[in-house]
Design a binder for this molecule. Sequence first.
Ligand code: C5P
Length: 227
Amino acid sequence: MGVIIVAAGSGSRLGRGTPKALVPVVGASILERALRPVFGMRAPAQVVVVAPADQLAEARMLCESVAGVASDHLTVVAGGSTRQQSVAAGLAALDESVRTVLVHDAARAFTPSIQFELVAAAAEETGAGIIPALAVSDTIKQADATGAVVRTLDRSELVAVQTPQGFPRDKLVAAYSAATEEYTDDAALFAAAGHPVSIIAGDVLAFKITTPWDLRRAEALARESGG
Ligand code: C5P
């Protein structure tokens, strides 16, 4: 199995002036925290970290410190200017032997190992794209550019999608090669290529650190779990 961790985003919504993955959360960066559960999985995986091009050396050092003796399973490559380009760079760095690939946002730094294991198991078993998701608690409305509400969506049919997302490697690589537009997640790109995608239960801990408020939540969690 291969796990691609995309960590090359600028983090502009976090407002820290550093790439988001390198922002510290109580003594360990978002990237280090995201890697711990990946190296905590029972089965070893090739781990490809896609890091900011101008901070590659620093990112590599941090990743190696988390990987420890598993460093020979670690590859660090430079990302692109969109998430999709960063994932493509990660896919290009996978070992030939990898059959199932998980794509994960470093920004979901508290995602537990079990979520990686469950997504991987379901992807291997079904050959479909597998995505973890949670029911939405807010009512979701569609509005136009003037702010006028166009319609209210049926909340019972909606889910909020997380990562890691799991795929058969060959089909995901082909879908990436065929993609002609930008998608907001890998499952949308995979589905656009005609492949099935199924949902499994997500985990509240897999929230994405995007805003300063998310960072406060992350800091509280890190303190609670002893740093
Ligand atoms: O910006 P957003 O929070 O949606 O990014 C999701 C993930 O994709 C983050 O972990 C971010 O580092 C990564 N990303 C990337 N390369 C980009 C943009 C985002 O690796 N150019």
